[in-house]
Design a protein around this ligand. Structure first.
Ligand code: AMP
Length: 191
């Protein structure tokens, strides 16, 4: 299964991704994690990316697409993967479709973790992580709403979107995630 998880910052994607990779036994491809590793390693890509990340802006596509494309070619991704944080723009989604199509693969399903903006802000204030500068956080939410939310229509058009209520306990939310994966499996069999 090749699944994409989409959600605004603070929606609880990390927790659900961990559970989902355990369930599906596929690698977890988080572009945020990959970028943070590049930043820690002070690579040229990491140095360029950090100036965008520090401001809550999206990193340019040429950095992201190359990184994801290389990762998708690794042998452990042959049977599937969980994409977290990518795609984040319509162009990235189209690029992903092209990359997979060239290898006779496709995205099987997309899960949206839907959480209202007020709740995201409330969670951020309660959590107060050091990377949760309120100004940067609002920019990341705005970037989600402007650049990433259009992806939901794109995947609805492909009949691949499962929109899930992201409110509740981690267990309750995971039950909804699991039900969506079952639907993707059934749809894959009938394709
Ligand atoms: P995340 O951990 O997924 O929230 O990502 C942290 C930061 O990395 C984001 O705020 C962006 O600056 C950058 N980033 C991660 N994934 C992407 C992507 N697909 N496209 C552009 N920038 C990204």
């Amino acid at each position: 299964m090749r699944i994409v998880l989409i959600g605004p910052p603070g929606a609880g994607k990390g927790t659900q991704c961990q559970r989902l990779v355990d369930l599906l036994k596929v690698p977890h491809l988080s572009t945020g994690e990959m970028l943070r590793a590049e930043v820690r390693g002070r690579t040229p890509a990491g140095i360029e990316a950090s100036s965008y990340m520090d401001q809550g802006q999206l990193v340019p596509d040429q950095i992201i697409v190359g990184m994801v494309s290389r990762r998708l070619q690794a042998p452990d991704c042959r049977t599937g993967c969980l994409l977290d944080g990518f795609p984040r723009t319509l162009i990235q989604a189209e690029t992903l479709d092209d990359l997979l199509e060239r290898r006779a693969m496709s995205v099987d399903g997309v899960i949206e973790l839907a959480v209202p903006r007020d709740e995201l802000v409330r969670r951020m204030l309660a959590r107060k992580r050091e990377d949760d500068d309120p100004e940067v956080f609002s920019k990341r939410i705005a970037s989600f709403e402007v650049q990433t939310a259009p992806l939901l229509d794109y995947y609805t058009g492909q009949g691949k979107l499962a929109s899930i209520d992201g409110l509740g306990t981690a267990d309750e939310i995971f039950e909804r995630v699991r039900a969506a994966v079952k639907r993707f499996e059934r749809a894959a069999w009938t394709r």
